[in-house]
Design a protein around this ligand. Structure first.
Ligand code: FAD
Length: 386
């Protein structure tokens, strides 16, 4: 039996919904989270855990990520070291002169945004990260790049929120949203009606469906990523690693379509190495494909030859919540009081979870945020069309 009412109702118990719930309880608000499956069943349980700053677009996107990264230091004290947060620094690996030229310009913009990034030569990159082959001619390095266990992070947010009074309903899908006089009034699940003056759409790649229930057009579509997981091995990868091509493919979908998608890499505390990932628009199909896995494997081995001798023990696919401009959709929605958007973080939701939870909770609890939300409004997409 669903509870009949909630002060704040959050749809989706991925890392974003979980972080919002956690941050709301810090304001003394006890939200109700509704999850159609189980926590982290969406992208938050099918992704890497990079809290990578260098992969963010210089400007607003990077600023938001830097704010989020800062908050992780404080979060460890509250959530505990079970979230496996660590800060080894990150490298973006450069394999050609063309990439080097592009990355020189890119880091200038990153520095203007306030990120400390250095450009190092291939030999220096190999000194710091001995597993790299001669293929790497240079790298950019940022000391702030970090990683976390995304699954453990989501559960830690939820556990802490729950112990502060948040409620979580699992295995219950929101099927409809009741509105009246320009306000949200309630949601419907198979088990009944739950009245809620504030409803948060944190449904990740399914946020467009939830938007439709509220009469809104939300331009979030799934963008699949496939990942390889190796057997656990002694420490091999010292840093969080991505290739320059990976950054380029993130912002230029046509590049990823042509197979030039690069790679990302991290070694988890367990010793398993996660190697990602494709960027594909294939609807809600989460399956891995032979072609996708082969492309990733064939890209990574020339750069880190030691991987050739380490078995891959599994592969998985996840769906990034993609928006056309690469920025999430956050905050209130014009014409529908009480409906709050918190979705569309594409390949950055783990990194942005800390700041997103704080901003949305502040918006609900005190009506203002420390970081302006104007650029993240849903209406930005419809204003262009008009
Ligand atoms: C291959 C891959 C690699 C990635 N690597 C990184 C990385 O290194 N760093 C990083 O920062 N990000 C990364 N990401 C992105 C990150 O995973 C996502 O941005 C993030 O998990 C999105 O979180 P979310 O809570 O918005 O969505 P989700 O985790 O998908 O959560 C949404 C939840 O809503 C539920 N839901 C949907 N509709 C309803 C409904 N009607 N009723 C009830 N519940 C509903 C779903 O079941 C789901 O559990 C990666 C993603 C992929 C796919």
């Amino acid at each position: 039996m669903s509870p009949p009412k909630a002060d704040v109702l959050i749809i989706g118990a991925g890392v974003i919904g979980a972080s919002i719930a956690f941050h709301l309880t810090r304001h003394g608000i006890k939200p109700l989270l509704i999850e159609k499956s189980s926590p982290a069943a969406g992208s938050s349980g099918a992704c890497d855990g990079l809290v990578f700053l260098q992969s963010k677009k210089p400007g607003l996107h990077l600023k938001l990520a830097m704010e989020s990264r800062r908050r992780f230091d404080g979060l460890i004290d509250v959530l505990g070291d079970g979230i496996e947060f660590k800060n080894p620094g990150g490298m973006c690996l450069i394999e050609s002169d063309a990439e080097l030229a592009a990355m020189r310009l890119f880091i200038e913009e990153q520095r203007r945004t306030g990120l400390g990034v250095e450009l190092i030569e291939g030999d220096e990159a190999r000194r710091r990260e001995p597993c790299l082959s001669q293929r790497v001619i240079a790298a950019t390095f940022s000391a702030l790049d970090s990683q976390v266990n995304p699954y453990a992070l989501t559960f830690a947010f939820l556990r802490t929120a729950k112990s502060a009074g948040a409620r979580i309903l699992m295995g219950e899908a929101v099927k409809g949203i009741e509105r009246a006089a320009g306000k949200t009034i309630a949601v419907f699940t198979d088990n009944g009606r739950i009245s809620a003056p504030v409803v948060v759409n944190a449904a990740g790649a399914l946020a467009a469906d939830v938007g439709r229930m509220a009469g809104l057009e939300v331009p979030i579509t799934p963008r699949r990523g496939q990942i390889l997981v190796t057997a656990a091995v002694p420490p091999l990868i010292r840093h969080c690693l991505i290739s320059a091509q990976y950054v380029a493919a993130k912002f230029k979908p046509e590049l990823a379509e042509r197979g030039g998608m690069g790679f990302s890499l991290e070694q988890a505390d367990s010793g398993n190495i996660l190697i990602g990932s494709t960027r594909e628009f294939v609807g809600f199909d989460r399956r891995t494909t032979f072609a996708g896995i082969r492309t990733i494997a064939s890209r990574i081995v020339p750069v880190i030859p030691a991987l050739q001798r380490i078995p891959v023990i599994r592969t998985f696919g996840g769906l990034r919540p993609y928006t056309p401009d690469g920025l999430p959709i956050l905050g209130k929605v014009a014409g529908l009081d009480g409906f709050i958007m918190a979705a569309g973080h594409e390949g950055d939701g783990i990194a942005l979870s800390a700041i997103t939870g704080e901003l949305i909770a502040d918006l609900i609890a005190i009506g203002r945020t420390r970081f302006p939300l104007d650029a993240f409004r849903l209406e930005r997409f419809h204003e262009g069309a008009a």
